[in-house]
Design a protein around this ligand. Structure first.
Ligand code: KMH
Ligand code: ZN
Length: 272
C-alpha cells in the first residue's frame, strides 16, 4: 500500500476559542499549530486564516503572512489554502489565496446545508470557474466532496475537460447538512470514484478517528485537525493539532501503514 498522507486542518473557519482555547487565530498561533502537526507527521497543512480576533478572512495578505510563517518552521510542508473560506463569502473573496500560487488548494464540489440557516454555496459554474483558475496556475485541486452527488459532479466535469486528473478527492463526512460519516457512507464514496484516483477522508466530530482507521486500512489518506474535531477522545480536548496527528500516526503504525513525508506525498499526488 502507498504511504499514508496526513493532512492537518489546523484552524478552519467555524471552530472558535469558545470551543477550545487551543484553536489558533493569530499568525504566530497558526504557525505553531502547523509546526506541531508537521512534527507529528502531517505532510499537508489545510489552511484557513483568521484576523487576530478570530474572524475568518480570505485576505491574500493574511494568507501570505501565514504561509511565510509556516514555511519558516516547516520548510518542505505542502500548504493547501482553502478556497471554501466561510459560509457567505463571495467567490472572488474565496479565490484570493490562489493568487499566491500554492501547490494545492481546495475545490468544493457542490452546495450543501451547513448547519442552522447556513448554506455553503458552490454552483456548477462556480466549480468550473474555480477549476479553470486552478488549472491556469497549475494548482493541484483537492476535490472536497460532502456527499455522493458532489462526486458525480466531479466525474461529469472531468469527462467534459473542466477538471483535469489525476483526481484527488477529499470526502468530508459528518457535516450537518452533508452525508454522515458511518462506515457505509465512506465505503459508498470510496467505491464511487475511479480506481486510479486518490482520496483522503475527513470525519467531522466523532467520525474523525473511525474514518481515519477505515482510510488507513483501505489505502486512502487521512485529514484530521481542529477544523473537523477538537477531541482526542470523548470528553478529552486535544491540546494541539499535533496530538490529533500523533493519534493517526499511532493507528497507522499499529496497522502497518507507513507515513509519507511531504516529498513522498508530492509524488503520490502527482504534484510537480
Ligand atoms: N468553511 C466551510 C464553509 C474548504 O476549506 O474548502 C468550507 C470549507 C471547505 O472549509
Ligand atoms: Zn476547510
Amino acid at each position: 500500500m502507498e504511504k499514508l498522507i496526513i493532512t492537518a486542518a489546523i484552524c478552519g473557519a467555524e471552530v472558535t476559542k469558545e470551543h477550545s482555547s487551543s484553536v489558533p487565530y493569530t499568525i504566530e498561533e497558526i504557525a505553531n499549530e502547523a509546526y506541531s502537526a508537521y512534527k507529528a507527521g502531517a505532510s499537508i497543512i489545510h489552511l484557513h486564516v483568521r484576523e487576530d480576533d478570530g474572524t475568518p478572512t480570505q485576505s491574500k495578505e493574511r494568507f501570505k503572512l501565514a504561509i511565510d510563517a509556516i514555511l519558516k518552521k516547516c520548510p518542505d510542508v505542502i500548504i493547501q489554502p482553502s478556497t471554501g473560506g466561510a459560509v457567505g463569502m463571495t467567490t472572488d473573496e474565496r479565490l484570493q489565496p490562489i493568487e499566491l500560487n500554492p501547490e494545492m488548494a481546495t475545490l468544493d464540489c457542490g452546495t450543501l446545508n451547513f448547519g442552522g440557516d447556513e448554506i455553503f454555496i458552490n454552483t456548477e459554474n462556480d466549480i468550473k470557474e474555480f477549476a479553470r483558475r486552478m488549472q491556469e496556475k497549475k494548482i493541484k485541486p483537492e476535490l472536497e466532496c460532502f456527499e455522493k452527488g458532489h462526486i458525480d459532479m466531479v466525474l461529469r466535469l472531468h469527462k467534459k475537460g473542466f477538471i483535469t486528473g489525476p483526481l484527488h478527492f477529499s470526502f468530508v463526512l459528518g457535516v450537518n447538512g452533508g452525508m454522515a460519516g458511518e462506515l457505509r457512507d465512506f465505503l459508498y464514496m470510496k467505491e464511487s470514484i475511479p480506481s486510479d484516483a486518490t482520496y483522503s477522508v475527513a470525519g467531522i466530530g466523532r467520525f474523525e478517528f473511525p474514518l481515519a482507521t477505515a482510510a488507513i486500512i483501505s489505502g486512502g489518506h487521512v485529514r484530521v485537525g481542529f477544523e473537523d474535531n477538537i477531541y482526542l477522545k470523548k470528553g478529552q480536548l486535544a491540546q494541539s493539532n499535533g496530538e490529533l496527528v500523533k493519534k493517526v500516526v499511532t493507528l497507522a503504525n499499529e496497522l502497518g501503514r507507513a507515513i509519507a513525508t511531504p516529498e513522498e506525498a508530492r509524488k503520490i499526488l502527482g504534484i510537480e
